[in-house]
Design a protein around this ligand. Structure first.
Ligand code: SF4
Ligand code: SF4
Length: 125
């Protein structure tokens, strides 16, 4: 599976809300697969990933909110110490995101400009 860095956060905070029906259905399936398979290999990539592929904000392979999401991706790379091109088991990636973002002030710093922040802030994982 290919994920852009900040989606290591979104997958863990997902509660069934998404941009449209197609996106939400695919996201639900992906979250379920990763929950059941913590050893699933995740390739950390830049740009649109397996979740973006089903998103209405993906226009010809580029996110329409690229500036915002690119900043979040950079922040997650900085917090976790991960690099683009790295392959990591989902369980380790999720734990790294929890320890370095959700459990620190980085959560607000990374996510505060996201439209889902209020929801994610109140979602326990
Ligand atoms: S606030 Fe936005 S970027 Fe942060 S975890 Fe939630 S959906 Fe993802
Ligand atoms: S909003 Fe952008 S980064 Fe987020 S899933 Fe859609 S295309 Fe991908």
């Amino acid at each position: 599976m290919k994920l852009r860095p900040h989606h290591a956060l979104c997958v863990q905070k997902f509660t069934g809300h998404g941009y449209d029906e197609n996106f939400t259905r695919h996201m639900t399936e992906t979250v379920q697969v990763l929950k059941e398979h913590p050893d699933e290999k995740v390739d950390i990539i830049s740009g649109c990933d397996d979740l973006c592929a089903h998103c209405p904000n993906n226009e010809n392979g580029a996110c329409t909110t690229l500036q915002k999401v690119a900043e979040m991706d950079r922040a997650v790379l900085s917090s976790t110490g991960l690099r683009i091109g790295e392959a990591v088991a989902w369980g380790r990636l999720a734990a790294l995101a929890r320890e370095t973002v959700f459990e620190t002030a980085e959560f607000e710093a990374v996510c505060k400009n996201c439209e889902w922040y209020a929801l994610c802030k109140n979602t326990n994982i």
